[in-house]
Design a protein. Structure first.
Ligand code: ASP
Length: 416
């Protein structure tokens, strides 16, 4: 007979967020202790990441079809779409502005003498017309198999609306999707049981592969990015939740924790999507329709952390190279940074590549990217967490404004 204080029992009784957080801390410590040898633990993390990625397409598709049919109001969908895009754009512009302000205040690049000569090619900013044309899938099966989230969203909405319009005749298909979505929620729960171990493996690998010699010269820029990220979440997100939604931000932070830790350790906001959907529905009480629409759109186009990071690094490089930035340059950084962040894929390292768009717009040397490339993963983890935090904040706010947020769940003391 085991008594209640034995470790396995203690583990079972810990809430999931505490287990995941413990995985993060133990993983980081293990990585520091083992150094590069900690890479043997990486496969544990890789298995976990593959398992959540496996959920993305079926989960998004079924949740959205069920959500749309439950809403029974195409007009409401249009309104939610408008609010989603507006809030995503506004918060992204705020994020870059905070990044610029922090870099201007703390001057992370002044006094540094780093050489760089590796040539880097600039990316092209995505054109709005291309984005619009690509929204409509020519072949929905193709969109599902290649994981094109925006096309999947468009098809799921169209299918959901059609099922609503045909009424009784659509019932069997709606029930099929309901049952399929339930199975996906269950599967997400099962996969999440692996999260503490997966996060442990990923963190051990990251902490083990970065030595102090790489981190120390750039410690100031790392500090500025992290500080600006925390400020953005605590000031902008919490402030908007309180001001526009009258919601307690602490509940939002607590409810988002699982997703934030998975985002931090995996550096992939797309990969974190199933966890975010679960947090929004289970911990925050957002409806299927709103969570199933707003979160996948956000994981594809809303990258506040990436935008913020682009602001900091652009100013950092300007300081490094002794370039004076004018007001027009700052405006340009906000504009191109917003566009570049929209075009950034939610996968590790994508933001670094898109940063070249911003840098070439204001004439900064692209070679300087090599300086931050060495520490990119450390910055990527922070910006990915903010990307996910931003999606969850907007989802909660829209849920509240559309009466699609269960306040009892949101205000519940302990989130699972
Ligand atoms: N890794 C980030 C994400 O998945 C994108 C980036 O590199 O900025 O959200």
């Amino acid at each position: 007979m085991s008594d209640s204080s034995t470790p396995p029992n203690l583990y079972r009784r810990m809430p999931l967020w505490a287990k995941i957080l413990a995985g993060l801390i133990l993983g980081a410590l293990t990585g520091v202790l083992l150094g590069e040898q900690a890479s043997v633990l990486k496969p544990i993390g890789d298995i976990f990441i593959s398992a959540i990625k496996m959920l993305i397409v079926p989960l998004v598709f079924s949740t959205l079809v069920v959500g749309i049919t439950a809403m029974r109001d195409p007009k409401k969908m249009g309104r939610i779409g408008g609010k989603t895009i507006a809030l995503y754009l506004i918060t992204t512009a705020f994020a870059i502005a905070i990044g610029l302000l922090a870099a201007w205040l703390f001057q992370p690049g002044s006094g540094l003498d780093l050489s760089f000569d590796a040539p880097v090619e600039a990316k092209e900013a995505p054109s709005l017309v291309d984005i619009l044309v690509n929204l409509v899938p020519q072949n929905p099966i193709d969109a599902l198999s290649s994981g094109n989230i925006l096309q999947i969203i468009v098809f799921a909405i169209a299918l959901g609306v059609s099922l609503t319009l045909i009424g009784e005749k659509g019932e069997p298909v709606v029930r099929l999707f309901e049952s399929f979505a339930e199975a996906m929620y269950k599967l997400t729960e099962l996969v999440m049981a692996l999260a503490p171990f997966g996060v442990f493996g990923l963190m051990a690998f990251v902490a083990g592969s970065y030595g102090l010699d790489v981190l120390l010269p750039l410690v100031k820029v790392i500090g500025v990015v992290y500080l600006a990220c925390v400020m953005h979440v605590l000031v902008v997100y919490s402030g908007l939740l309180k001001l526009l939604g009258g919601l307690n931000p602490v509940r939002y932070l607590r409810g988002s924790l699982d997703a934030l830790v998975v985002a931090y350790s995996s550096a992939s906001s797309s990969g974190t999507l199933p966890v975010s959907i679960r947090c929004a529905q289970k911990n925050m009480g957002v409806s299927e329709g709103v969570a199933g629409f707003v979160l996948p759109v956000g994981a594809t186009i809303n990258m506040d952390g990436t935008a913020l990071y682009q602001g900091v690094v652009a100013v950092f490089v300007a300081q490094l190279t002794g370039t004076d930035l004018t007001m027009t340059d700052y405006g340009m950084i906000i504009l191109t940074g917003t566009l570049a962040s929209i075009g950034t894929a939610g996968v590790p390292g994508a933001g670094l590549i898109m940063l070249s768009i911003v840098m070439s717009q204001i004439g900064l040397p692209l070679e300087a990217l090599a300086v931050v490339a060495g520490i990119d993963r450390i910055l990527d983890m922070a910006r990915t967490s903010v990307n996910v935090a931003g999606d969850l904040m907007v989802t909660t706010l829209i849920g509240k404004s559309e009466n699609e947020l269960d306040l009892e769940t949101y205000n519940r003391k302990a989130a699972a």
